[in-house]
Design a protein around this ligand. Structure first.
Ligand code: NI
Length: 134
């Protein structure tokens, strides 16, 4: 096994520890190995998205993060070829949820989810997509 060292925010670490306690996970290392395996499995599913797909992206974000609204809107305009519609829900004073319906070329949808996930302040971005849908 290799040893790695990472830097995370206090908030993220607190949340991780809470989940690990709930799951009665033996250690942070074990929990992080599990998270890495899930991340890899998710990326493999994205890699397999070819041809036409239909689905939705669920986003949860902190709307007070600097320039986040501008970045989310810019990105969605840039991908209007695969975005069918979107629904915005104000969750609480600081958080928003957005459900984006996507339809079109899988590679473009994959590019979109990767772009959205990388925007600072986006706490959750998940794509559910079915391939082979016209
Ligand atoms: Ni909102």
């Amino acid at each position: 096994m290799e040893r790695i060292s990472i830097t995370v925010s206090e908030e993220l670490l607190r949340e991780l520890d809470r989940i690990l306690r709930e799951k009665e996970c033996a250690s942070r290392s074990e929990g992080l190995r599990d998270a890495i395996r899930k991340y890899i499995a998710e990326q493999k599913i994205l890699d397999g998205l070819k041809g036409d797909v239909a689905g939705s992206i669920n986003l949860i974000y902190d709307h007070s993060a600097p320039k986040i609204l501008e970045r989310l809107i810019d990105t969605q305009h840039h991908f209007s070829d695969v975005i069918d519609s979107s629904l915005h829900v104000h969750l609480d004073r600081g958080h928003c949820m957005e459900a984006i319906v996507v339809r079109g070329e899988g590679e473009r949808v994959k590019e979109l989810i990767n772009r959205l996930s990388s925007i600072k302040g986006v706490k959750h971005a998940k794509l559910e997509a079915v391939p082979g849908v016209p």
